[in-house]
Design a protein around this ligand. Structure first.
Ligand SMILES: [Mg+2]
Ligand SMILES: [Zn+2]
Length: 187
């Protein structure tokens, strides 16, 4: 299960650049723990163009991910891996200001995770709050779930990119239930 970070796992704050603004949703830990218990690998895939824009550096992104993991661990939940794209074609920081194959909806991050963790995209899901996350899912050969948290409610009102979502649900908790249910009915 691939999770978008901002607006799905944590509150969307538009370029998280201070740890003070980091907030998990109240249901995040329970939802991820349920996936852990079902034996489903949980991988975060996130665009962090704030690096290319000079708003924060990669060390800060790593620090945020360590902090998310520490908070999840207090509730017995675990994210197995984090993959992020630090690039943006209109960025200002040398080395990061470029087109790349990993900025979602391009499937570079998922391709890397699939190789590193030996996952099967056809049996995977992407949960995100933007149509680009759903588009990413389909580009990678996975299924896409749109949540209404973060940008999700606005996105739903906007013309979608590409093929529609396989499900549109309220939040990560509902997405986790939907996915556990779909997997059960496939067995
Ligand atoms: Mg998002
Ligand atoms: Zn990239």
């Amino acid at each position: 299960m691939f999770l978008d970070r901002d607006g799905v796992v944590i509150e969307e704050v538009s370029y998280l650049s201070s740890m003070n603004h980091l907030a998990l949703f109240p249901w995040t830990t329970d939802s991820i723990r349920a996936l852990n218990r079902a034996g489903i690998p949980v991988v975060v895939v996130t665009n962090q163009s704030g690096v290319a824009r000079g708003l924060f550096d990669e060390a800060f992104v790593d620090e945020v991910h360590r902090e998310i993991s520490a908070r999840l661990a207090m509730g017995g939940a675990r994210i197995d891996a984090y993959y992020y794209c630090p690039h943006h074609p209109d960025g200002s920081v040398a080395g990061y200001a470029r087109a790349c194959d990993c900025r979602k909806p391009r499937p570079g991050l998922i391709d890397r995770a699939v190789r590193d963790l030996n996952l099967d995209p056809a049996r995977s899901f992407v949960v995100g709050d933007k149509w680009s996350d759903v588009e990413l899912a389909h580009a990678a050969g996975a299924r896409g779930v749109l949540v209404r948290t973060g940008h999700g409610a606005d996105e739903q009102a906007r013309p979608r990119l590409g093929k529609g979502a396989d499900a549109v649900v309220d939040n990560l908790a509902a997405a986790a239930s939907w996915i556990l249910q779909s997997l059960k009915s496939e067995v």
